[in-house]
Design a protein around this ligand. Sequence first.
Ligand code: TRP
Ligand code: SF4
Length: 337
Amino acid sequence: MAAQTKKRVLSGMRPSGKLHLGHLHGVLDNWKRLQDEYECFFFVADWHALTTNYERPYEIPENIEEMVIDWLAVGIDPEKAVLFVQSDIKEHAELHLLLSMITPVSWLERNPTYKEQQQQLKERDLATYGFLGYPVLQAADIIMYKANKVPVGVDQLPHVELTREITRRFNYLYNPVFPIPEAMLTEVPKMPGIDGRKMSKSYGNSIFLSDSPDAVRKKIASYVTDVERPRRSDPGDPENRCVAFNLHKLYMPDERLAEIVKECKAGRLGCVACKRELAEAVVEFLIPVWQKRARLASEPETVRQVLEDGAKRAKQEAVKTMDEVRSVLWTRHAKSD
Ligand code: TRP
Ligand code: SF4
């Protein structure tokens, strides 16, 4: 099938630095599936990172590199998807500006993530113009490539909804040049951190793709298990009370998993041994990722080249879109009167 007939997918990630297993199973596994089926654009949202990290912008370039190494190491494939950095495509800034002219402030103030994030990140002053406009920039990212589908987590749904409203408004005011993008929500496996909370860099509970085998073993050893089971002979409830068991479900072969459930419930399996076995399965799983990571880290030229090629491809599309945008914007239409 010709490339043009494939639907287009676009998604972005803020450069938060090293990625963990939560990113891998929550986002990247999904991107890997999509890159085989759709024409995909995946990008690093470095300007978005600046909306909250404007006091430490110097950290961002390093984080971009770390993150893209992780993308490539897990199998995001630059031969299949266009991988690029937002700030390499200045057209995003122009489209963001133009969209800002037609976006009512009330839509942005209503955005639930606006207030939530301000409260969560109290130590930073987020009463900025740029932070309020976060979803406008995101809308520009999405429609620049005329994306049909936007794979995101639930937390990003309000932003995709705002993108749809802004896009409709643009199409109505000028000319219907943009498809209305749709969010694509995918089922993601539960991936708690060692303390049972959601895996998150800021909680210090994550297993990173860049961790050493020993760090992985240590972290898995400290996973919370069934706390109502102080002695090995007490019957356990892996499905409902053991945090580590969420990882067993992902990394143990089905047959062994069934045995573990049985033995744990019968009080015949100790948590220390059980987690040791889990750790070895996770280490086994990560070996190819580590190998690829080490190779990429030793040849920084590769990542640079991938992003340069990606920027060229993205730029072609962005230039085309902006030509069209300027042309409909500065021309009188039937609706203008
Ligand atoms: N806001 C997204 C996040 O924090 C990142 C992002 C920026 C994005 N632009 C996008 C995601 C466009 C999808 C499409 O996760
Ligand atoms: Fe969890 Fe394994 Fe302990 Fe059962 S034996 S509670 S599955 S760690």
